[in-house]
Design a protein around this ligand. Structure first.
Ligand code: PGA
Length: 253
């Protein structure tokens, strides 16, 4: 299966012109991409811009979605609206949204609505600190099981989970790097939880990505450690760097 390389642009860039330049630069490099499926999650306003550039090698993603289907919710965007403009992936439960009040219950509602609209949720989970008593394992387990409550078992295998340790994100103060080993341990642990709650077959089908300061230097290591893909923040804002991250999937099987 192709590696899923997702760009999370967060609240960048500031102009449509920059979006054009970034996508055009990236498009040139995507010609030689064989082993990667590329998704860009721009701010909502730029989704139609990227769609208009019509690059078949770039799938559209959203950074969040409303918890409701439709109605009087000022400022919100529904899953069916996203589907209508051809969005196929949506990030849910990103730590930057959790820290602004997004709860597991909201995440679970969002996931259900996305699945109903045939949009693949990219569920972000990850601990804030990694203490030596192993408490972080429980934190990740709680996030995972709480977010999946209410999701029909038949849909679980289509999910994408992004393990993003908050302490390794480029935006975290006093951050430090996660190693490929840190990821590998968590990948095994997540599959074990999914096996216990669902089945080994379902656990095997879910794609598990790594996210947290992925760069040209580290992308290959995480993919070699069994990541089914990468969720890339800061480095995805530089199209050349992002292209080189995408290309690191080329020689991984
Ligand atoms: P980063 O962001 O690559 O800048 O650490 C990743 C993310 O927040 O999804």
């Amino acid at each position: 299966m192709k590696k899923l390389i997702v760009a999370n642009w967060k609240m960048n860039p500031q102009t449509e012109k920059e979006v054009h330049t970034a996508v055009k630069t990236l498009s040139t490099s995507l010609v030689s991409t064989k082993n990667a499926e590329v998704v860009i999650c721009p701010p909502y306003v730029f989704i139609p811009t990227i769609r208009g550039l019509k690059n078949k090698k770039i799938a559209l993603g959203s950074q969040t979605v409303a918890t409701e289907e439709a109605g009087p919710f000022t400022g919100e965007v529904s899953a069916s609206m996203l589907r209508d403009i051809k969005v196929t992936y949506c990030i849910v439960g990103h730590s930057e949204r959790r820290s602004r009040g997004e709860t597991d219950d909201m995440i679970s509602k969002k996931m259900a609505l996305l699945i109903k609209s045939k949009i693949t949720p990219i569920l972000c989970i990850g601990e804030t600190i990694r203490s030596s008593d192993g408490e972080y394992l429980q934190v990740v387990k709680n996030q995972l099981t709480a977010s999946l409550t209410g999701i029909n078992k038949n849909y679980i295998k289509q999910l994408v989970i992004a393990y993003e340790p908050v302490w390794a994100l480029s935006s975290t103060e006093n951050r430090h790097d996660a190693t490929a080993y840190d990821f590998e341990e968590m990948r095994i642990y997540i599959r074990k939880i999914l096996t216990d709650v669902y089945s080994p077959l379902i656990a095997k089908s879910v794609r598990i990505l790594y996210g947290g300061s992925v760069s040209t230097d580290t992308a290959h290591d995480f993919l070699t450690a069994g990541a089914d893909g990468l969720l890339v923040g800061k480095a995805s804002l530089d199209p050349k760097q992002f292209a080189s991250i995408i290309h690191s999937a080329n020689n991984i099987h």
